[in-house]
Design a protein around this ligand. Structure first.
Ligand SMILES: [Zn+2]
Ligand SMILES: [Zn+2]
Length: 222
């Protein structure tokens, strides 16, 4: 089942964006699971940074997740990844061997080597139409870093494409993105959101109340 089809109740009690010590995070899968239970979360998702040439052994991370599922029966544990878009055709920086082995793929823009809004929109459309992608992570972060904004029509077009392709939009707690205008257009258009903390340590892992307050915030912008 694609995470797009998870029931709303599950979406509302899950943190969908976590980094562990396999990449630039500070804690282990087990430490996060323990903290997630203490924080009252129903589910968490590990979304480690990936590259075509991985700097760590992804199969070790998978093993940790499988073991954690045995240890923490009251917690639903998903394994995804955060892969960046590389070019205008939306190619992802991810090893082919991982595709199909994850619960979901979050695609993002980090150090995208093209410039300007038109290139960004072209790459974004390609990424959204990639059937392997499930989530657009920290939407518009790249645009705001590059100093341009999407107008109402552009946001509407992109959001419609996300809906057509069953792409979830992430409300990213770390960056506070996307902004209220984007959220309001997206919800009006009928897009679906998930919440991602982008935690790099257990101290950053949100409580259930924090996740719920993010949902309330989304509703306020509707
Ligand atoms: Zn990121
Ligand atoms: Zn991240």
């Amino acid at each position: 089942m694609r995470i797009y089809d998870l029931p709303m109740e599950r979406l509302k009690s899950t943190d969908f964006h976590i980094h562990t010590s396999y990449s630039d995070g500070r804690n282990t899968v087990y430490e996060y699971c323990q903290r997630a239970l203490e924080n009252g979360l129903e589910a968490i998702a590990f979304t480690e940074h990936v590259r075509r040439n991985l700097t760590y052994d992804f199969s070790e991370l998978r093993k940790d997740v499988f073991k954690a599922r045995e240890m923490y029966k009251d917690l639903n544990i998903y394994i995804g990844c955060e892969a960046k878009v590389l070019d205008l055709s939306g190619s992802l920086d991810i090893p082919n061997s991982l595709i199909g082995k994850l619960d979901f793929i979050t695609a993002v823009f980090h150090s995208f080597r093209y410039h300007g809004k038109e290139d960004y929109l072209t790459a974004l459309r390609s990424m959204i139409c990639d059937p392997h992608v499930d989530v657009w992570g920290h939407p518009t972060l790249y645009a705001s870093r590059m100093g341009f904004a999407l107008d109402r029509d552009e946001i509407t077009e992109i959001v419609e494409l996300c809906i057509e392709n069953a792409i979830l939009l992430e409300r990213n707690i770390k960056y506070g993105l996307p902004d209220c205008e984007f959220i309001s257009i997206a919800l009006e258009t009928g897009a679906r959101f998930i919440i991602g903390s982008d935690s790099h340590s257990i101290e950053q892992l949100p409580t259930r109340e924090r996740i719920e307050s993010e949902w309330e915030l989304l509703q306020r912008y509707k």
